[in-house]
Ligand binder design. Structure first.
Ligand SMILES: Cc1cc2nc3c(=O)[nH]c(=O)nc-3n(C[C@H](O)[C@H](O)[C@H](O)COP(=O)(O)O)c2cc1C
Length: 212
């Protein structure tokens, strides 16, 4: 039973602190048997949402760029890891821009009601937020959580866990952090094991329901 994990890096800084933490998570997921894919938002081409609200009538986005294809693809995965550094006390423009472009999926769910996720689907689809910040404030990630919650809710993923590391300025980078990379690796493996367990439980419940 294959578990597929997609990691989206919203950092404009290639192979910086945040992407490195995401890589550790994806390596952990692979060690748990998952098939993984990483998408780097700065390499894609998409514009911010136009706010035209056409999707409220059609369920489709009128902008023909990379965003709808990526968002559609994400929904085929079992686990979505979204990574962003904290810039100006929030997620990056790259990631916020993508989240806003998910409005057409929101419209399908809440306006047109043509899309619905069963609770079992949501439980088997796990969302993980990965972030790093320069400052030592424990609350430095707080403004990120609502947008990430919105993204996971729209796409049908349960918000499963955070992997966050602050105080990067003092550590001079994620590679010097005492625990973050090991934590990311462990959590990558753990979430894959958890999804597999939930799928096996669901299959055995379904076969018990069918037995005479
Ligand atoms: C434009 C910009 C804005 C930043 N704003 C903040 C901030 O508001 N709070 C903070 O703790 N760190 C801030 N930082 C520091 C980054 O969050 C930190 O260095 C992070 O680990 C960078 O990750 P990256 O290597 O993936 O870009 C900022 C960095 C940049 C480049």
């Amino acid at each position: 039973m294959e578990t597929r994990v997609i990691g989206i890096s919203g950092s404009p800084h290639r192979h910086g602190n945040t992407e490195t933490l995401l890589d550790a998570f994806l390596e952990g997921a692979e060690s748990g048997g998952a098939v993984t894919r990483k998408v780097v938002l700065r390499e894609l081409h998409y514009s911010p949402c136009l706010g035209c609200n056409v999707c409220h009538k059609t369920g489709e986005c009128v902008v023909g760029d990379d965003a709808p294809g990526l968002l559609g693809e994400v929904m085929t995965y079992d686990c979505l890891a979204v990574a962003s550094p904290i810039y100006s006390m929030a997620i990056t423009a790259e990631l916020k821009g993508l989240i806003d472009r998910a409005q057409y999926i929101w419209a399908k769910k809440f306006v047109l009601k043509t899309l619905y996720f069963e609770n079992e689907h949501i439980q088997q689809h796990k969302g993980i937020f990965i972030s790093t910040a320069g400052l030592p404030y424990p609350n430095v990630f707080d403004t990120a959580f609502p947008s990430i919650t919105a993204l996971f809710n729209i796409l049908g993923f349960e918000y499963f866990d955070n992997i966050v590391a602050n105080d990067m300025d003092r550590y001079h980078g994620i590679k010097n952090h005492p625990t973050a990379l090991a934590e990311a690796h462990r959590k990558g493996k753990h979430v894959v094991e958890k999804i597999r367990e939930l799928k096996i439980d669901a299959l055995s419940r379904a076969s018990a329901d069918q037995s005479p």
